[in-house]
Design a protein around this ligand. Structure first.
Ligand code: NAD
Length: 275
């Protein structure tokens, strides 16, 4: 019960990793404020965790700075403290980023290569990307993470709490796999965490990134069996991570067990980054 009498906010807690993280922290004694844009799913997360004793569900778009401010006012009014923030909410694509065209072109290029032809189709996502698509991903993955972190820090510092912040980055930040706006947003968290770790260390507040590789969440539902088999073949530990695998890393970093860890990027990808 590493989080007994502690309060944690988890963003993007309606499904996937965020749900697993919220439920893991609740199992270890935390009262969890589970946040998502999808009200029904985030309510279900808290109900499955044990209802009101486990915490509360809140609807909030983390890319909306004013809404994030209001949300943390609700947390303060309800619990009067905050011990951990998990910045998990993130998106891989946004309207106007040409992601669908990228997927179609990659499939066609793959077929050309498989037929032994010289490929004539290129990924070309950057030249196709509109400002709206670029900003759409950065607004959630980077700006939303910043808005939540700032309000969480204001709350922690107001109550003199030596809390912990954990962001979900991605190995995409290191490997470049994935679209450029996504990789850039996740790489930006590396610099943000190192700077904030220096800033917040003297207050006893820690901040770290977890970098998952592929994780079995709804995102992977549309991936073909062949593609999945290729992914697994490239993972030395021989399987795609489950959301609970990432939740246990997050729980460790958010707990006092990680008291000497700050400013770090913890890679959790079964060794595949090193292929
Ligand atoms: N699944 C993977 O393979 C993988 C790998 C590396 C990193 N990640 C990162 O892990 C995190 C969680 O991934 P997942 O696969 O569980 O995602 P998911 O798409 O299954 O769930 C994300 C949740 O966040 C919510 N959300 C999206 N935008 C939001 C916003 N603006 N405000 C509030 N909530 C919002 C969604 O409604 C959803 O419930 C993301 O940051 C993702 O980039 C995922």
């Amino acid at each position: 019960m590493r989080f007994a009498n502690r309060v944690a906010v988890v963003t993007g807690a309606g499904q996937g990793m965020g749900r697993a993280i919220a439920q893991r922290l609740a199992r270890e004694g935390a009262r969890v404020v589970a946040i998502d844009m999808n009200e029904a799913s985030v309510r279900e997360t808290i109900e499955q965790a044990g209802g009101e004793a486990a915490g509360m569900a809140q609807v909030c778009n983390i890319a909306d700075s004013a809404a994030v401010k209001r949300l943390f006012e609700v947390v303060d009014a309800k619990y009067g403290r905050l011990d951990a923030l998990v910045n998990n909410a993130g998106i891989g694509s946004a309207r106007g980023d040409g992601f669908n065209k990228l997927m179609a072109r990659m499939a066609e290029r793959g077929q050309q290569l498989a037929r032994g032809e010289t490929p004539t189709v290129y990924p070309d996502i950057t030249i196709d990307m509109e400002d709206e698509g670029w900003h759409g991903v950065l607004n959630v993955n980077l700006n939303g993470t910043f808005y939540c972190t700032r309000e969480a820090l204001r709350l922690m510092i107001r109550h003199g709490i030596k809390g912990a912040i954990v962001n979900i980055s991605s190995t995409s930040a290191l490997s470049g796999e994935g679209a450029p706006h996504y990789a850039a947003s996740k790489a930006a968290l590396v610099g943000m965490v190192r700077s904030m770790a220096r800033e917040l260390g003297p207050r006893g507040i820690r901040i770290n990134n977890v970098m998952p590789g592929a994780v079995e969440t709804p995102i992977l539902k549309n991936v073909s069996a062949e593609w999945k088999a290729q992914m697994i073949a490239a993972i030395p530990l021989g399987r795609i991570a489950e959301p609970t695998d990432i939740a246990s890393v997050v729980a460790f970093l958010a707990s006092d067990d990680a008291a000497m860890i700050t400013g770090a990027d913890i890679v959790a990808n079964g060794g595949s980054y090193f292929k």
